[in-house]
Write a protein that binds this ligand. Structure first.
Ligand code: SAM
Length: 331
């Protein structure tokens, strides 16, 4: 088994398939930076589906058990269901993270292509709050339709909500109420200091413990133990049997010690930390004619030298370090 310098195995690979998005979430792709003049990657710069499949196949050979497609908005990548079909052939868990704007249309094809499940990002059920957060005036009703379409196509759904104090935290309990008993697991994510464009401040973070407290006051909760090493979300279940919620507390309860994830940007740069600065250029290797053995050696070298644990080191001094943007690496 491939282990890094802190004995962490490589288990998950997150693959960004585009750096473009049709939302301009204020905390992720603020319009002031990602405006009309922003230069997104050119098509030729993106890894092709065949290149992605090749890298993913070799990573699976090194121990990866879970693949996640992300972006930008992955459903904007033309014919993404063909990529799903290619990756489904690798025989490991295959999932996709989306803002669901195109999910109602795409869910049946994604399910038929072999996607195992889907994670939908949805920060508020309140239409005006949601429209303001996505800054594209996109209505929440269409996201909810996408969720229903995915479920109808047989895809299990998780819903991820990033919580920002004073922006959408008033809606935490409403979201819990809405998704209880639906079978869709709702997970709250602490707002993180990724990238350098969102003006992150610690005061904007609503700690996971506070989120649990607020929901517990209305719908009593009890903790559930982790199911496997590297499980990101801390799980809680409703005492009345109405399902579970998850908390992803990268800020107040960092989990670097259990981080088994690697990430590939849409242009084929490999990052071993969400808070990384420079990735490793796999595309250059792939396009220079590297053999499978050479690629495996490169991946192994990168992983076995890995020592990052940014979230555990987070402090005032790390706040202003240069970091890769979430919209580039995909979360
Ligand atoms: N477009 C897809 C989507 O909406 O899920 C995939 C890419 S998006 C960058 C992945 C996730 O990152 C979303 O759930 C988004 O809310 C989350 N995200 C972006 N910036 C974040 C931040 N600063 N802190 C926490 N989560 C963030």
């Amino acid at each position: 088994m491939l282990l890094d310098t802190l004995d962490r195995p490589l288990r998950d690979l997150r693959i960004s398939v585009t750096d473009r998005c049709n939302f301009r979430c204020t905390y992720c792709m603020p319009k002031a930076v990602f405006g009309r003049d922003y230069r997104f990657l050119d098509r030729r710069e993106l890894l092709t589906f065949e290149e992605i499949e090749r890298v993913a196949r070799l990573a699976v050979g090194l121990g990866v058990e879970k693949l996640r497609l992300t972006g930008g908005e992955p459903l904007l990548r033309k014919d993404v269901e063909h990529l799903v079909e290619l990756l489904a052939g690798l025989g490991v868990e295959l999932t996709l993270t989306t803002n669901a704007s195109l999910l109602a249309r795409k869910a049946p094809a994604l399910a038929a292509a072999g996607l195992d499940r889907v994670t939908v990002s949805l920060d508020s059920l309140d239409d005006s709050t949601f429209r303001a957060m996505n800054d594209a005036d996109f209505p929440v009703a269409l996201v909810l339709e996408g969720i229903e379409a995915a479920a109808a196509a047989g895809l299990p759904v998780k819903v991820n909500a990033v919580v920002k104090r004073g922006v959408n935290d008033e809606g935490i309990v409403d979201m819990a109420r809405y998704f209880r008993s639906t079978g869709h697991t709702l997970r709250f994510i602490e707002y993180m200091d990724v990238g350098a464009t969102n003006g992150w401040r610690l005061d904007d973070v609503v700690p996971a413990a506070e989120i649990v407290e607020r929901i517990d006051a209305e719908f009593p909760l009890e903790p559930v133990g982790a199911q496997y090493r590297g499980e990101v979300a801390k799980r809680w279940r409703y005492r009345d049997g109405a399902g579970e919620i998850g908390l992803i507390a990268s800020v107040t309860q960092p989990f670097c010690g259990d981080c088994t994830r690697a990430r590939i940007s849409a242009e084929g740069r490999l990052y071993t930390c969400l808070f990384g600065i420079r990735g490793h250029d796999l595309r250059a290797l792939v396009r220079s004619g590297a053999t499978d053995d050479e690629l495996i050696a490169a991946l192994s070298k990168i992983w076995t030298r890995r020592a990052d644990r940014y979230s555990e080191r987070r402090s005032e001094r790390t706040r202003d370090l240069p970091k890769v943007e979430m919209s580039y690496i995909g979360g």
